[in-house]
Design a protein around this ligand. Structure first.
Ligand SMILES: *[C@@H]1O[C@H](CO)[C@@H](O)[C@H](O)[C@H]1NC(C)=O
Ligand SMILES: *[C@@H]1O[C@H](CO)[C@@H](O)[C@H](O)[C@H]1NC(C)=O
Length: 310
Protein backbone atom coordinates (compact mmCIF):
# COMPACT_ATOMS: atom_id res chain seq x y z
CA UNK A 1 0.00 0.00 0.00
CA UNK A 2 2.76 2.37 0.92
CA UNK A 3 4.50 1.64 -2.38
CA UNK A 4 1.29 2.35 -4.26
CA UNK A 5 0.88 5.69 -2.52
CA UNK A 6 4.44 6.64 -3.35
CA UNK A 7 3.94 5.76 -7.00
CA UNK A 8 0.71 7.71 -7.22
CA UNK A 9 2.36 10.66 -5.56
CA UNK A 10 5.32 10.45 -7.93
CA UNK A 11 2.95 10.27 -10.85
CA UNK A 12 1.13 13.41 -9.76
CA UNK A 13 4.40 15.25 -9.29
CA UNK A 14 5.61 14.12 -12.69
CA UNK A 15 2.38 15.14 -14.35
CA UNK A 16 2.53 18.55 -12.78
CA UNK A 17 6.11 18.99 -13.92
CA UNK A 18 5.60 17.88 -17.48
CA UNK A 19 3.51 19.75 -20.02
CA UNK A 20 0.11 19.90 -18.37
CA UNK A 21 -1.77 19.79 -21.68
CA UNK A 22 -1.05 16.06 -21.97
CA UNK A 23 -3.27 15.49 -19.03
CA UNK A 24 -6.17 17.85 -19.66
CA UNK A 25 -9.55 16.52 -20.63
CA UNK A 26 -9.90 15.49 -24.27
CA UNK A 27 -12.72 17.97 -24.90
CA UNK A 28 -10.64 20.97 -23.97
CA UNK A 29 -9.17 23.14 -26.66
CA UNK A 30 -5.49 24.04 -26.29
CA UNK A 31 -4.80 27.61 -27.26
CA UNK A 32 -1.57 28.09 -29.15
CA UNK A 33 0.37 31.33 -28.85
CA UNK A 34 -1.08 32.78 -32.04
CA UNK A 35 -4.36 30.87 -31.94
CA UNK A 36 -3.79 29.57 -35.48
CA UNK A 37 -4.18 25.88 -34.66
CA UNK A 38 -7.22 24.11 -33.26
CA UNK A 39 -5.63 21.48 -31.01
CA UNK A 40 -7.55 18.85 -29.04
CA UNK A 41 -5.56 16.81 -26.52
CA UNK A 42 -5.61 13.04 -26.93
CA UNK A 43 -3.96 10.55 -24.55
CA UNK A 44 -0.55 11.31 -26.07
CA UNK A 45 -0.22 14.50 -28.07
CA UNK A 46 -2.99 16.38 -29.84
CA UNK A 47 -5.42 16.08 -32.69
CA UNK A 48 -5.05 19.02 -35.08
CA UNK A 49 -8.43 20.01 -36.50
CA UNK A 50 -9.41 22.01 -39.52
CA UNK A 51 -6.27 21.59 -41.62
CA UNK A 52 -6.41 19.92 -45.01
CA UNK A 53 -2.85 18.95 -45.89
CA UNK A 54 -3.87 18.48 -49.55
CA UNK A 55 -4.39 22.21 -49.81
CA UNK A 56 -1.80 24.99 -49.49
CA UNK A 57 -0.87 25.70 -45.84
CA UNK A 58 0.35 29.18 -44.89
CA UNK A 59 3.88 29.76 -43.60
CA UNK A 60 2.45 30.94 -40.27
CA UNK A 61 0.52 27.71 -39.80
CA UNK A 62 3.55 25.62 -40.80
CA UNK A 63 5.57 27.48 -38.17
CA UNK A 64 2.92 26.73 -35.53
CA UNK A 65 2.93 23.05 -36.48
CA UNK A 66 6.73 22.98 -36.20
CA UNK A 67 6.47 24.39 -32.67
CA UNK A 68 3.59 22.11 -31.72
CA UNK A 69 5.44 18.93 -32.61
CA UNK A 70 8.09 19.40 -29.91
CA UNK A 71 5.58 20.55 -27.34
CA UNK A 72 3.04 17.74 -27.92
CA UNK A 73 5.25 15.05 -29.51
CA UNK A 74 2.45 13.47 -31.53
CA UNK A 75 0.17 15.34 -33.93
CA UNK A 76 -2.82 13.56 -35.44
CA UNK A 77 -4.60 14.94 -38.51
CA UNK A 78 -7.69 12.98 -39.47
CA UNK A 79 -9.46 12.77 -42.84
CA UNK A 80 -6.39 13.36 -44.99
CA UNK A 81 -7.69 10.88 -47.53
CA UNK A 82 -6.81 13.01 -50.54
CA UNK A 83 -3.18 13.52 -49.55
CA UNK A 84 -0.91 12.32 -52.36
CA UNK A 85 2.48 10.67 -51.92
CA UNK A 86 4.31 13.79 -53.10
CA UNK A 87 2.27 15.99 -50.75
CA UNK A 88 3.19 13.66 -47.89
CA UNK A 89 6.87 14.16 -48.75
CA UNK A 90 6.37 17.96 -49.01
CA UNK A 91 4.91 18.04 -45.49
CA UNK A 92 7.93 16.09 -44.24
CA UNK A 93 10.19 18.70 -45.85
CA UNK A 94 8.72 21.34 -43.50
CA UNK A 95 10.74 19.61 -40.79
CA UNK A 96 14.10 19.12 -42.49
CA UNK A 97 15.95 16.89 -44.89
CA UNK A 98 14.23 13.64 -45.92
CA UNK A 99 15.88 10.39 -44.84
CA UNK A 100 15.17 7.98 -47.66
CA UNK A 101 14.36 4.35 -46.84
CA UNK A 102 17.13 1.79 -47.26
CA UNK A 103 15.04 0.01 -49.87
CA UNK A 104 11.82 0.69 -51.74
CA UNK A 105 8.95 -1.72 -52.22
CA UNK A 106 8.10 -2.04 -55.95
CA UNK A 107 4.68 -0.50 -55.33
CA UNK A 108 5.94 2.62 -53.55
CA UNK A 109 4.69 5.79 -55.24
CA UNK A 110 7.72 7.82 -54.13
CA UNK A 111 11.29 6.85 -53.25
CA UNK A 112 11.08 8.80 -49.99
CA UNK A 113 8.19 6.62 -48.84
CA UNK A 114 8.49 3.34 -46.97
CA UNK A 115 5.36 1.45 -47.92
CA UNK A 116 4.14 -1.05 -45.31
CA UNK A 117 1.31 -3.53 -45.62
CA UNK A 118 -0.12 -6.79 -44.32
CA UNK A 119 -0.02 -8.00 -47.96
CA UNK A 120 3.54 -8.50 -49.25
CA UNK A 121 2.43 -7.60 -52.76
CA UNK A 122 1.33 -4.17 -51.50
CA UNK A 123 4.20 -3.25 -49.18
CA UNK A 124 6.80 -4.59 -46.76
CA UNK A 125 5.43 -6.90 -44.07
CA UNK A 126 6.58 -7.30 -40.50
CA UNK A 127 8.54 -4.03 -40.18
CA UNK A 128 9.14 -2.85 -36.62
CA UNK A 129 7.35 -5.79 -35.06
CA UNK A 130 10.27 -6.96 -32.89
CA UNK A 131 9.50 -4.63 -30.02
CA UNK A 132 9.50 -1.05 -28.79
CA UNK A 133 11.73 1.14 -30.90
CA UNK A 134 12.67 4.60 -32.09
CA UNK A 135 12.95 4.82 -35.89
CA UNK A 136 16.58 4.74 -37.10
CA UNK A 137 18.04 5.18 -33.62
CA UNK A 138 21.07 3.18 -34.79
CA UNK A 139 22.21 6.05 -37.02
CA UNK A 140 24.96 8.37 -35.82
CA UNK A 141 22.32 11.12 -35.84
CA UNK A 142 18.99 9.35 -35.25
CA UNK A 143 16.06 10.61 -37.33
CA UNK A 144 14.19 13.51 -35.83
CA UNK A 145 10.63 13.00 -37.14
CA UNK A 146 8.42 10.28 -38.57
CA UNK A 147 5.32 11.07 -40.64
CA UNK A 148 2.78 8.29 -41.15
CA UNK A 149 -0.13 8.28 -43.59
CA UNK A 150 -2.72 5.50 -43.33
CA UNK A 151 -3.66 5.00 -46.97
CA UNK A 152 -5.90 2.02 -46.20
CA UNK A 153 -6.84 1.11 -42.64
CA UNK A 154 -7.67 -2.48 -41.75
CA UNK A 155 -10.32 -3.38 -39.16
CA UNK A 156 -7.60 -4.14 -36.61
CA UNK A 157 -3.96 -3.28 -36.10
CA UNK A 158 -3.31 -0.37 -33.74
CA UNK A 159 0.10 1.23 -33.35
CA UNK A 160 1.16 1.84 -29.75
CA UNK A 161 3.13 4.98 -28.85
CA UNK A 162 4.72 5.84 -25.49
CA UNK A 163 6.34 9.06 -24.25
CA UNK A 164 9.85 8.19 -23.09
CA UNK A 165 10.15 11.11 -20.70
CA UNK A 166 7.21 9.76 -18.70
CA UNK A 167 8.68 6.24 -18.81
CA UNK A 168 11.87 7.59 -17.24
CA UNK A 169 9.98 9.68 -14.67
CA UNK A 170 7.84 6.75 -13.57
CA UNK A 171 10.77 4.35 -13.17
CA UNK A 172 12.19 3.73 -9.69
CA UNK A 173 15.20 5.80 -8.65
CA UNK A 174 17.27 2.63 -8.83
CA UNK A 175 16.21 1.81 -12.39
CA UNK A 176 16.77 5.39 -13.50
CA UNK A 177 20.23 5.47 -11.93
CA UNK A 178 21.07 2.20 -13.68
CA UNK A 179 19.87 3.51 -17.05
CA UNK A 180 21.84 6.67 -16.48
CA UNK A 181 25.08 4.66 -16.36
CA UNK A 182 24.30 2.61 -19.46
CA UNK A 183 25.48 3.12 -23.02
CA UNK A 184 25.02 0.98 -26.11
CA UNK A 185 27.38 0.31 -28.98
CA UNK A 186 26.36 -0.68 -32.50
CA UNK A 187 29.11 -1.72 -34.87
CA UNK A 188 32.55 -0.39 -34.05
CA UNK A 189 31.99 3.28 -33.56
CA UNK A 190 28.42 4.19 -32.75
CA UNK A 191 28.17 4.53 -28.98
CA UNK A 192 24.98 6.03 -27.55
CA UNK A 193 23.98 7.08 -24.07
CA UNK A 194 20.81 5.14 -23.18
CA UNK A 195 19.39 8.10 -21.24
CA UNK A 196 20.07 11.60 -22.59
CA UNK A 197 18.39 14.99 -22.97
CA UNK A 198 16.27 15.43 -26.08
CA UNK A 199 18.33 17.72 -28.35
CA UNK A 200 15.55 20.28 -28.78
CA UNK A 201 13.44 20.19 -25.61
CA UNK A 202 16.04 18.98 -23.12
CA UNK A 203 13.56 16.51 -21.60
CA UNK A 204 15.16 13.17 -20.67
CA UNK A 205 14.61 10.49 -23.28
CA UNK A 206 15.99 7.07 -24.22
CA UNK A 207 17.97 5.97 -27.26
CA UNK A 208 16.69 2.43 -27.84
CA UNK A 209 17.43 0.12 -30.75
CA UNK A 210 17.13 -3.44 -29.62
CA UNK A 211 16.54 -4.98 -33.05
CA UNK A 212 20.29 -4.64 -33.38
CA UNK A 213 21.35 -6.43 -30.18
CA UNK A 214 23.80 -3.70 -29.22
CA UNK A 215 26.67 -4.21 -26.86
CA UNK A 216 25.90 -2.62 -23.49
CA UNK A 217 28.51 -0.57 -21.65
CA UNK A 218 28.44 0.72 -18.09
CA UNK A 219 30.09 4.07 -17.32
CA UNK A 220 31.41 4.55 -20.85
CA UNK A 221 34.53 6.70 -21.07
CA UNK A 222 35.29 6.52 -17.36
CA UNK A 223 37.81 4.37 -15.51
CA UNK A 224 34.91 2.17 -14.32
CA UNK A 225 33.88 1.27 -17.87
CA UNK A 226 32.58 -2.32 -18.16
CA UNK A 227 31.09 -4.09 -21.14
CA UNK A 228 28.07 -6.42 -21.28
CA UNK A 229 27.39 -6.62 -17.54
CA UNK A 230 23.75 -6.43 -18.50
CA UNK A 231 22.91 -8.09 -21.80
CA UNK A 232 20.97 -6.15 -24.39
CA UNK A 233 18.15 -8.72 -24.34
CA UNK A 234 17.77 -8.22 -20.60
CA UNK A 235 17.83 -4.44 -20.94
CA UNK A 236 15.26 -4.58 -23.74
CA UNK A 237 13.00 -6.65 -21.48
CA UNK A 238 13.44 -4.27 -18.57
CA UNK A 239 12.57 -1.23 -20.70
CA UNK A 240 9.55 -3.00 -22.21
CA UNK A 241 8.23 -3.89 -18.76
CA UNK A 242 8.67 -0.28 -17.58
CA UNK A 243 6.79 0.93 -20.67
CA UNK A 244 3.95 -1.57 -20.23
CA UNK A 245 3.62 -1.54 -16.44
CA UNK A 246 0.53 -0.40 -14.49
CA UNK A 247 -1.82 -1.82 -17.10
CA UNK A 248 -0.14 0.09 -19.94
CA UNK A 249 -1.07 3.40 -18.33
CA UNK A 250 1.53 5.38 -20.28
CA UNK A 251 0.75 3.90 -23.70
CA UNK A 252 -1.39 5.56 -26.34
CA UNK A 253 -2.74 2.88 -28.64
CA UNK A 254 -3.81 4.48 -31.89
CA UNK A 255 -6.70 2.89 -33.74
CA UNK A 256 -6.14 3.83 -37.35
CA UNK A 257 -8.69 5.11 -39.78
CA UNK A 258 -8.09 5.59 -43.47
CA UNK A 259 -6.76 9.11 -44.00
CA UNK A 260 -5.07 9.42 -40.58
CA UNK A 261 -1.83 11.37 -40.76
CA UNK A 262 0.47 11.27 -37.73
CA UNK A 263 3.64 13.26 -37.16
CA UNK A 264 5.84 12.17 -34.27
CA UNK A 265 8.83 13.66 -32.52
CA UNK A 266 10.72 10.43 -33.16
CA UNK A 267 13.32 10.95 -30.41
CA UNK A 268 10.72 11.59 -27.70
CA UNK A 269 8.62 8.46 -28.25
CA UNK A 270 8.98 4.74 -28.64
CA UNK A 271 6.45 2.91 -30.76
CA UNK A 272 5.37 -0.57 -31.65
CA UNK A 273 2.79 -1.90 -34.15
CA UNK A 274 0.41 -4.39 -32.59
CA UNK A 275 0.64 -8.05 -33.62
CA UNK A 276 -2.81 -7.73 -35.20
CA UNK A 277 -1.41 -5.26 -37.74
CA UNK A 278 0.23 -8.26 -39.43
CA UNK A 279 -2.91 -10.39 -39.77
CA UNK A 280 -3.85 -11.44 -43.30
CA UNK A 281 -6.02 -9.16 -45.46
CA UNK A 282 -8.60 -11.98 -45.56
CA UNK A 283 -8.99 -11.61 -41.77
CA UNK A 284 -8.83 -7.84 -41.21
CA UNK A 285 -8.85 -6.24 -44.67
CA UNK A 286 -5.96 -4.60 -46.47
CA UNK A 287 -3.64 -2.33 -44.51
CA UNK A 288 -1.38 0.13 -46.34
CA UNK A 289 0.72 2.61 -44.38
CA UNK A 290 3.17 5.13 -45.85
CA UNK A 291 6.03 6.44 -43.71
CA UNK A 292 8.44 9.27 -44.40
CA UNK A 293 11.24 10.09 -41.96
CA UNK A 294 13.31 13.23 -41.47
CA UNK A 295 17.07 13.23 -40.89
CA UNK A 296 18.32 13.96 -37.39
CA UNK A 297 20.67 16.85 -36.81
CA UNK A 298 22.46 15.81 -33.66
CA UNK A 299 24.42 12.98 -32.12
CA UNK A 300 22.79 11.81 -28.83
CA UNK A 301 24.89 13.26 -26.02
CA UNK A 302 24.62 13.51 -22.26
CA UNK A 303 26.03 17.01 -22.21
CA UNK A 304 24.64 18.68 -25.30
CA UNK A 305 23.08 22.07 -24.62
CA UNK A 306 19.51 22.08 -25.80
CA UNK A 307 18.47 24.42 -28.59
CA UNK A 308 14.92 25.25 -27.57
CA UNK A 309 13.96 24.32 -24.00
CA UNK A 310 10.20 24.25 -23.41
C1 LIG B 1 -9.05 18.43 -48.86
O1 LIG B 1 -8.69 19.13 -50.04
C2 LIG B 1 -8.84 18.34 -51.21
C3 LIG B 1 -8.24 19.16 -52.36
O2 LIG B 1 -8.81 20.43 -52.42
C4 LIG B 1 -10.31 17.97 -51.39
O3 LIG B 1 -10.46 17.17 -52.56
C5 LIG B 1 -10.79 17.22 -50.16
O4 LIG B 1 -12.18 16.96 -50.26
C6 LIG B 1 -10.50 18.00 -48.89
N1 LIG B 1 -10.80 17.14 -47.76
C7 LIG B 1 -11.53 17.53 -46.71
C8 LIG B 1 -11.70 16.51 -45.63
O5 LIG B 1 -12.01 18.63 -46.61
C1 LIG C 1 -13.74 13.62 -40.71
O1 LIG C 1 -14.79 13.18 -41.55
C2 LIG C 1 -15.87 12.63 -40.87
C3 LIG C 1 -16.83 12.06 -41.88
O2 LIG C 1 -16.95 12.90 -43.00
C4 LIG C 1 -16.51 13.71 -39.99
O3 LIG C 1 -17.57 13.20 -39.25
C5 LIG C 1 -15.43 14.24 -39.03
O4 LIG C 1 -15.95 15.33 -38.28
C6 LIG C 1 -14.21 14.71 -39.77
N1 LIG C 1 -13.16 15.01 -38.80
C7 LIG C 1 -12.38 16.07 -38.90
C8 LIG C 1 -11.36 16.21 -37.83
O5 LIG C 1 -12.47 16.89 -39.80
Amino acid sequence: MELLTTCTFRFLICSALSDSSHWTQPQMNVQTSSGLLDLRPIKLGVEVRGINLSEPVSDEVIEEIRKAIHKHRLLLFRNQTELTASQHVEVAEWFGEIAEPISNHPTTPNRAILRLSNDWREGYRGVGTKGWHVDFSEKKKPNSFSLYHMVAAAQKGNTDFVPLNEVIESASDETRANWNRLWTRIGKNNVYPLLYPHPVTGLPTLCIHFDQQPETIYDYGTENEQTNLMGSAQLKKEIASEIEKDDRRLIYSHKWETGDFIITDNLALAHHPSKESQLEPAQIGLRVLHRVTVEGTSVPSKTRTVTNPL
